[in-house]
Design a binder for this molecule. Structure first.
Ligand code: NZQ
Ligand code: ZN
Length: 386
């Protein structure tokens, strides 16, 4: 295990009815003017909007709305939110939504506190923001764990780049599994697969040998797989939804990353696929992961073998290390089919394959996993995903 320092800033409230308990206490600590940020309007159909407005009014807040945050939020939308915060002299941001709403707000919060362009600051000057408006997150669709970290994934449409931008942490996060009941089921599953992906991208990071963080990670992966299966049988299962919500938070709250350098190569490829196609994040990962792992497993044989045994319960007997490692990757691929996620780019609606070279060439290459890829290898991987 690498050396580490660990502390965590996000106060997390979990459980049914959590908002009614958490928000009055948290809102009492912040200023009067609150930006209520949300997405395309699902919260108006499922009652969450009315609940938020009533809690905010009860707390004596002046509410300014920032709506229409799209999936795969754009940098333009971030600028719109930051302008609104400045004009309205907002004191606090309440982000109510999935990863997209929460991510957008994490960057709105820092852009609202500086005249410098955040993208330029981070990607050209290689400096990071030091000030932010305080914010809180109410999670309505789980999977990304965005409420737990300070990084946001933002699409810069002009530059055709979807990238991780450093923003701010939420002061608190509200996780109510019942809020997820209205999420379209395909999104529930792709969100939960995103959680599994975060676990794998951490597990296969460096160092390769196994220590406590990886053993906890194995438990989170098994729990995620088991509870996705439970939800496939009964989508109303609130226990399973709650477990998946906490799995999602656990994958991103830093605990599994303690002492590790994470990989996130599948994510880097998927993000660029998203920049070119605006595709669903979890679906893109489901297509990429098995193909990527078949390319690299030989360099990380021990860990892939352990993944097969500990996460997928593949019996040892009579198998070589390589057969075991491949059986684990096959089990992952079979699981993706079982939970009805797409297995090819075509299946997920990406039929213009002429973009794949550009996607490969613009994907970041990480150093974290067992094999460092080249752009040509990423292109091969993407072509195999067709
Ligand atoms: O726009 P609204 O109306 O909110 O509808 C959303 C959206 O259409 C809907 N939804 C959310 N809660 C709902 C609901 N519909 C009915 N009932 C509810 N309770 O679900 C759709 C998808 O929402 P979105 O927020 O886009 O999905 P997700 O949570 O998967 O977030 C995806 C974004 O997060 C980024 C992804 O790249 C993508 O941009 N990620 C962020 C990460 C982070 N910050 O740590 C890590 C991830 O790896 C990921 O990259
Ligand atoms: Zn992800």
């Amino acid at each position: 295990m690498n050396e580490f320092a660990y502390s965590y800033p996000v106060k997390t409230y979990f459980g049914q009815g959590a908002a009614a308990k958490a928000l009055p206490a948290e809102l009492a600590k912040v200023g009067e003017k609150v930006l209520l940020a949300y997405g395309g309007g699902s919260i108006k159909n499922n009652g969450i909007y009315d609940e938020m407005v009533s809690i905010l009014k009860e707390a004596g807040k002046i509410v300014i709305e920032f709506s229409g945050i799209m999936s795969n939020p754009t940098y333009k939308k971030v600028q719109e939110g930051a302008k609104l915060c400045k004009e309205e002299q907002i004191d606090f941001i309440l982000a109510v939504g999935g990863g997209s709403v929460i991510d957008c707000c994490k960057i709105v919060a820092v852009q609202a506190r500086t005249e410098e362009d955040i993208w330029e600051m981070e990607f050209t000057k290689h400096r990071f923001p030091t000030q932010a408006l305080p914010m809180g997150a109410v999670v309505t669709a789980s999977g990304t764990g965005a409420e737990q970290n300070a990084g946001a994934v933002i699409t810069n449409e002009e530059k055709k780049i979807k990238a991780g931008v450093f923003g701010t942490y939420a002061e608190f996060a509200v996780l109510d599994p019942a809020y997820t009941l209205s999420v379209p089921f395909g999104q529930v599953v792709s969100g939960a697969f995103d959680t599994l992906s975060h676990c794998m991208e951490t597990y296969f990071g460096k160092p390769q040998e196994t220590f406590l963080s990886d053993e906890i990670n194995e438990a989170v992966m098994r729990n995620t797989i088991g509870n996705i299966r439970s939800l496939m049988k009964n989508p109303e299962d609130l226990y399973a939804r709650g477990e998946l919500m906490w799995d999602s938070a656990m994958a991103e709250n830093g605990i599994l990353k303690i002492g590790k350098v994470t990989d996130f190569q599948a994510h880097q490829i998927e993000h660029q696929l998203g920049a070119y196609t605006d595709c669903n994040h979890g679906q893109g990962l489901a297509v990429i992961h098995p193909v990527l792992y078949r390319h690299i497993y030989k360099e990380g044989l021990e860990k892939f073998k352990r993944f097969a045994i500990k996460v997928w319960d593949i019996p040892l007997e009579g198998k070589t290390d390589e057969e075991l490692a491949l059986a684990g990757i096959d089990a992952l691929a079979d699981f993706i089919k079982e939970i009805k996620l797409p297995t090819t780019l075509t299946e997920m609606g990406i039929t213009d394959h002429s973009i794949l070279k550009a996607v490969a060439e613009s994907s970041n290459i990480t150093a974290g996993c067992c094999k460092k890829l080249t752009s040509q290898e990423i292109e091969e991987i993407l072509k195999e995903c067709r």
